[in-house]
Design a binder for this molecule. Structure first.
Ligand code: NAD
Length: 320
């Protein structure tokens, strides 16, 4: 299959590499100059589950690619998805399938601005990845990559991609309810990521704090109401809190990605997690004080670090 990886950072390089090793025709797309130069000149240096490799891979900027693709995996950060879709319009034909495994909420709506729902496959992944230097990445995992066609009349195209992922060692699984997995994963990110980023602590430390139960119950019940009212997804509060505690126990003394984003002065995906729940609360008429406060605090931190566009009034207002 002709495959493009639209956003070839940490996760994109991992998927692109394993798909190419399985014999697929893969083109990496990105707009980070040093990363493109490094991969084009020395190949992608990647460590997959502690095994190091170097692989020659086709890489270019989105506008430089010309062929219509069979499958496009989008792998930007949530806030980059719309711009990426804008820049790959010319690679999308009537049969092209778009696969979205981004963290966060609201991506189906963004994708539908560009393609028919029948061409969209949504999913989640529990594999993890990072960038060590331009052209040098690592990729770890064995857990499922869950996929489901977004249109209820479609199933075959996601099944084919699931098979291709399995053949590539990526543990593809067809999901009958990817909406639920997406909301539950957003809940993991909206609790662990946000709290560790704000409290400057590992998951283990945050989950040992004396106020963890009330924080988890508060945040999860807001996600649960949003999931029900917005997507008719049942996210049971008690069960989800138990699930979060089990994940925290397993992960232990780890700093999640939002913590690392702020530590490395990169904007966070908060608007697509707690921010999306706070927005839904205004639209759908329920209370989401935890999610609103968490979003405000993360934005304040982004402002302090100078990594977020400040609203115009705060640039000109006098300090009082
Ligand atoms: P990343 O920042 O490493 O990679 C994103 C890449 O997209 C970057 O290289 C960037 O240059 C490129 N990009 C963004 N906008 C672009 C545009 N308009 N044109 C060209 N290139 C563009 O991010 P990541 O860690 O790979 O994460 C991708 C998504 O997957 C996120 O939603 C993240 O939350 C989710 N996720 C990540 C992990 C992980 O362990 N890294 C695990 C599960 C889910």
């Amino acid at each position: 299959m002709k495959i493009a990886i639209a956003g070839s950072g940490a996760l994109g390089c991992g998927f692109g590499y394993l798909l190419q090793k399985n014999g697929e025709s893969v083109t990496l797309l990105d707009n980070w100059g040093k990363h493109i130069e490094a991969i084009a000149s020395q190949g992608l240096k990647i460590t997959v589950n502690r095994v190091e490799a170097t692989e020659n891979m086709a890489i270019c900027r989105p506008h430089e690619a010309t062929e219509t693709m069979d499958v496009i995996f989008v792998f930007t950060k949530a806030m980059g998805l719309e711009a990426m879709m804008e820049s790959i319009r010319h690679l999308i034909g009537k049969q092209t399938q778009i696969v979205c495994l981004l963290n966060g909420l609201g991506h189906l709506e963004t994708l539908q601005k560009f393609v028919d729902k029948k061409q969209i496959i949504m999913g989640t992944t529990v594999w993890t990845a990072g960038i060590d230097a331009p052209g040098v990445t690592h990729f770890n995992g064995q857990g499922p990559v869950e996929l489901q066609n977004s249109h209820p009349d479609e199933k075959d195209s996601a099944q084919k991609i699931v098979q291709m992922l399995q053949d590539s060692g990526l543990n593809g699984v067809y999901s009958e309810n990817v909406n639920f997995t997406t909301w539950r994963k957003a809940c993991v990110n909206g609790t662990m990521n946000a709290l560790c980023a704000l409290l400057d602590a590992t998951i283990e430390k945050v989950f040992q704090s004396s106020t963890i139960d009330s924080m988890l119950n508060g945040i999860v019940s807001e996600f649960s109401q949003a999931a029900k009212l917005q997507d008719d997804v049942e996210l049971d509060v008690e069960e989800t809190v138990r699930y979060l505690k089990a994940v925290a126990e397993k992960v232990g003394a780890h700093y999640p990605s939002m913590y690392q984003d702020l530590a490395n002065k990169r904007p966070t995906e908060i608007d697509f997690l707690n921010g999306a729940v706070a927005q839904a609360s205004v639209k759908l008429g329920f209370q989401a004080p935890y999610c609103q406060k968490i979003t405000d605090l993360i934005h304040a931190k982004e402002d302090i670090l100078g990594i977020r566009e400040l609203p115009k009034f705060s640039r000109t207002s006098p300090v009082c």
